[in-house]
Design a protein around this ligand. Structure first.
Ligand SMILES: *[C@@H]1O[C@H](CO)[C@@H](O)[C@H](O)[C@H]1NC(C)=O
Ligand SMILES: *[C@@H]1O[C@H](CO)[C@@H](O)[C@H](O)[C@H]1NC(C)=O
Ligand SMILES: *[C@@H]1O[C@H](CO)[C@@H](O)[C@H](O)[C@H]1NC(C)=O
Ligand SMILES: *[C@@H]1O[C@H](CO)[C@@H](O)[C@H](O)[C@H]1NC(C)=O
Length: 215
């Protein structure tokens, strides 16, 4: 049945949006960094919520078996994170495409807000059974911008790995092994195909501990 399923997933989505900081909550206290303004970060959170709904609709159309589990914040964070490594113009366009420029916050503030918003999903043991991660694989021959590598780690709680993409099948194995290790063998063969001239890959993944009743 389509209707109940739709409402269920929307509920889950709304649930996720509600978990984003709206008032000073328990989880907010976990993270007290005076340079981050939670009030300003609400604007980023609301933009993510808006984009989540659009993303969900797109995925629902593509999905054939009904269940969709995704982490909208990780999808959006991945693009915002890549903008750290782009030149000023491109990075501006990337943030515009995500509508993050509409928050009126300077770029550096937007990135800090992601750090703030992603931290509970990534780190806290007790509150969340659902965790999401990002890993960026970059071709060995490329010069990595320090701001990017540092930002990926510190702001987006993600990691960068330098690998050789010359042989795409070897690169694919390398990525799959890495994710398998990181996920303690829960996720195997996450990458099925790697295009021949790939020089950069971002892998987002979710680990859910516990039972979720999605029928
Ligand atoms: C969210 O989307 C609605 C409707 O499209 C729009 O009116 C609103 O300004 C958007 N909010 C943000 C924070 O982007
Ligand atoms: C950035 O964009 C401006 C105006 O669109 C252009 O004049 C400038 O050359 C661009 N800079 C780079 C580095 O692409
Ligand atoms: C954000 O970017 C869009 C698209 O380029 C533009 O139309 C809008 O005026 C920008 N908003 C702000 C506040 O910079
Ligand atoms: C990547 O692998 C190819 C083929 O094995 C090799 O020729 C190339 O030097 C390697 N690139 C780097 C940056 O190590």
């Amino acid at each position: 049945m389509t209707a109940p399923y739709f409402s269920r997933v929307l509920l889950l989505l709304v649930g996720l949006c509600c978990l984003l900081p709206i008032t000073k909550t328990k989880y907010e206290k976990l993270y007290e960094d005076p340079s981050i303004d939670p009030f300003q970060c609400r604007k980023v959170a609301l933009t993510i919520c808006n984009a989540s709904i659009t993303l969900f609709k797109e995925m629902a159309q593509l999905s054939t078996n009904g269940n969709i589990l995704f982490s909208p914040i990780r999808v959006i964070a991945a693009i915002s994170m890549l903008s750290l490594g782009a030149n000023a113009n491109l990075s501006k366009h990337m943030l515009e495409a995500l509508r993050l420029n509409k928050t009126g916050l300077p770029e550096a503030e937007i990135h800090k807000c992601f750090r703030y918003l992603l931290r509970p999903i990534h780190q806290s043991e007790e509150i969340w059974t659902l965790k999401s991660y990002s890993s960026v694989f970059i071709h060995q021959g490329l010069t990595q911008v320090d701001k990017f590598v540092k930002g990926v780690k510190d702001l987006y709680h993600s990691d960068t790995l330098s690998i050789n993409f010359t042989h795409s099948s070897r690169a694919k194995t390398r990525i799959n092994n890495y994710i398998m290790e990181k996920s303690k063998r829960e996720i195997v063969n996450i990458v099925k195909n790697l295009e021949r001239d790939t020089i950069l890959a971002v892998v987002n993944y979710i680990i859910l501990n516990g039972l979720l009743d999605l029928r």
